[in-house]
Design a protein around this ligand. Structure first.
Ligand SMILES: [Zn+2]
Length: 281
């Protein structure tokens, strides 16, 4: 089948049908970061972070568009000069005719969204519901909660979660009795501190998220009767969403006779790159 060429505007329209920009938090910066809406798109690279290693991968592969979860410019800027890493990133993209598109907190709350993909990656097969439903639509919202096909110990669930998530430098960190039975699982991709009390109120046996800080985690554990905690790398909790978004985008375009090639970046762009005392010398 000969494929119809696809414009960046058409890709953006499909992305926005899945991840409506109006769902994003007011402080967020989602949508097109650079690119000409009339430009042709044949190859789309999906990545968590807009960083140099991802630009390298995009240019090497010949991508026309990079879709990232995290925004490049989150706060207002008055310059995109190539004097900062952000400026250099955007210059490389524009010079090579590569567009940048971001779906961030609007992808977090989408149905399905970032935490659905995370829940599936760690072994949930049940129906999922948002941990904190959006006020205007309870099918959307932050985090997800569901049940395991059969109960596991915390030890077994942590091992299963580790094998379902992409490997990063650091291990998963676990808080709780390792023999505790786990059936109801709450997850939230990215930094999930703010959902600790929600996971407790929802009756989860474990809450898996990223970037848990000492004080909220310590106070949660001391309070007792709440879910066990699993802290994973921020990048790893959001990476599973990339394949879901890529699959949905390519199917939506294929239904209209348009073929684009999607690739999931497997460059680990988590900020943490090693752990001691296992450092190679
Ligand atoms: Zn994130």
């Amino acid at each position: 089948m000969s494929s119809i060429s696809c414009s960046l505007a058409e890709v953006v329209a499909e992305m926005e049908a899945m991840y409506d920009p109006s769902w994003a938090e007011p402080w967020d910066a989602v949508g097109l970061g650079c690119g000409d809406p009339a430009a042709a798109v044949r190859k789309v690279l999906f990545a968590v972070d807009p960083v140099a290693a991802v630009a390298d991968e995009a240019l090497e592969w010949g991508a026309d568009l990079i879709v990232t979860h995290h925004p490049l410019y989150l706060r207002g800027t008055t310059s995109v000069a190539a004097t900062t890493f952000k400026g250099r990133f955007i210059h490389r993209l524009i010079r090579n005719d590569v567009a940048l598109y971001t779906a961030h907190t609007n992808a977090d709350v989408a149905d399905p969204g970032v935490s659905d993909a995370l829940a599936r990656a760690v072994g949930l097969r049940s129906a999922l519901r948002p941990l904190q439903p959006s006020p205007d639509n309870p099918r959307r919202g932050l985090g997800r909660i569901g049940t395991l096909p059969s109960p596991l110990s915390l030890r077994e669930f942590a091992a299963q979660a580790a094998s379902g998530l992409p490997r990063t430098a650091g291990p998963l960190r676990v808080a709780g009795d390792l023999e505790r039975p786990i059936e109801t699982v709450a997850v939230s991709g990215g930094a999930g501190d703010s959902l600790l009390s929600t996971a407790r109120a929802a009756g989860a046996d474990v809450f898996l998220t990223a970037d848990l800080r000492h004080h909220p985690a310590s106070e949660h554990m001391e309070a007792g009767d709440g879910p066990a905690l699993i802290d994973a790398s921020h990048w790893a909790t959001e990476w599973p969403w990339l394949a879901d978004a890529a699959g949905r985008l390519t199917s939506a375009l294929r239904a209209r006779g348009i073929t684009v090639e999607a690739r999931i970046s497997d460059v680990v762009t988590d900020a943490w790159t090693a752990t001691a005392p296992d450092l190679d010398t």
